[in-house]
Design a protein around this ligand. Sequence first.
Ligand code: AVJ
Length: 326
Amino acid sequence: MNSQFDTDLQTGMDTVDRFRSDVLEGLGSNPKKMFSKYFYDKTGDQIFQQIMKMPEYYLTNCELDIFKNKTKELADTILLNNTPFDLIELGAGDAMKSSYLLKHLVEKDIDFTYMPIDISGNILSVLNEKLSKELPTLDVVALEGDYFNMLDKATSISKRRKVVLFLGGNIGNMDLEESYHFCRELNRKLNLGDLLLIGFDLKKNPHTILNAYNDSEGITASFNLNLLLRINRELEADFDVTQFQHYQTYDPVSGACKSYLVSLEKQHVQIGNNIFNFKENELIDMEISQKFSPNDISKLAKKTKFHIRKEINDSKNWFVDSIWQV
Ligand code: AVJ
């Protein structure tokens, strides 16, 4: 497999050092926070697979509906005037949705390289194995690491027009300010004519949204708590996960769906040589899953200098894949 390891070029930090420094920084802030990109270790990947199978978690099925049933529409938009391209996927995971597009393109005998980028090396090896079985002729270069570090690597490898996929509502894991910054940065890194396909989870009945992140079986809770366990495992910490409780909120006005862990008692946690004190009911801000209105989306595209070429919705109109051009 063609996977490359993420090292921070500026600081020379390796993956564990970067994880440690992000965790210490997050717990040192007020309010305390975590970076949700660290949810995805091997156990986190497995819990996320379980989340995607929950009846409440509609996002995956909605976008799957688009990729399964509107493949040709997607492909035709991406193919543009048949100018050669490479396909880069940010946060590819197991490529459950994009594999329908990949299959379609392979069957049409289109020559392109697929470059999945993911923070989880574990899921990339799962993906690589799956693709070599299902689409053996597909040219794959898997890149393990952060979006922008690996996007730089991908653009240095690819000499063709770029088509970037950013699916699953992954953009929702940024607050609005971050997503504006992210899209601007992406626009800077891409060239005239390149395409960006972003999946947005749309604002809808607030109960539907809240339920997707507040399942009765506690799978989402364990997804959050697993990050504390990962910190215990990898950073020699002593979080007592029985003393933290998952709490989910959704604000239908702003579209912010947020998860927190609540400290159930006054307690302290040791991470290496660092001690963090928690008051009773103190929160850790764990993750945001931002929801968008169609107007929020066109504003984001416009302000970050993209042109919307096409929007493809699922049959319920709960989710949209919006295709933007530089
Ligand atoms: C993978 C970022 C799209 O925010 O909906 C699912 C992650 N968190 N349940 C999302 C997640 C809790 C998911 N994304």
